[in-house]
Design a protein around this ligand. Structure first.
Ligand code: SME
Length: 156
């Protein structure tokens, strides 16, 4: 995972836009970690901070293109500002289903100047797929993306 982080850090220095960085991140992560079956970004809508909007992703199409921050594991991660790991999605009443094959999920918020601006969402077809190593890896990836946004947004 250290090698993937180096790759993501390099992408952050070469990407001309947030979208191209995000496309690179979801591609590299999903190709290198086979138990990451769905990898995508949800970002808060700048014109409606109560709404998450689907960004670049790799995996099956999801019906959840817009998620109110009051809903889903994705919304809960925005509300808490903390990573949420769900070992068994079917046992979590907050869970919004994307694929019936999904068994576990991790959602990692992206911060810019301590405010949540979006998140990285990963689903796995394996139960309890995400360990502390996955969490630390994804939190570092989210930090790189947050720093990229902080460095490119007008007025910081
Ligand atoms: N499972 C998420 C919804 C997004 S899909 O997994 C892609 C949730 O409960 O918020």
């Amino acid at each position: 995972m250290t090698a993937i982080l180096s790759l993501i850090a390099r992408l952050a220095t070469t990407s001309g836009s947030l979208r191209s960085l995000q496309e690179g991140v979801v591609k590299e992560i999903s190709e290198r970690l086979p138990y990451y079956d769905w990898v995508g970004f949800y970002m808060l809508d700048p014109s409606d901070p109560e709404m998450l909007v689907l960004g670049p992703f790799v995996g099956d199409p999801t019906p959840h293109v817009r998620i109110p921050v009051t809903q889903g594991i994705c919304g809960a991660a925005v509300a808490s500002g903390k990573t949420i790991v769900v070992d068994d999605v079917n046992a979590d009443p907050r869970y919004l289903s994307c694929s019936i094959r999904t068994k576990s999920e991790i959602v990692v918020p992206i911060h810019v100047h301590e405010r949540v601006v979006g998140e990285l969402d990963i689903d796995s077809r394996s139960p309890a797929a995400f360990t502390d190593a996955d969490r630390l890896f994804l939190e570092e990836a989210a930090r790189i993306v947050g720093d990229y946004i902080a460095g490119t947004s007008v007025g910081g």
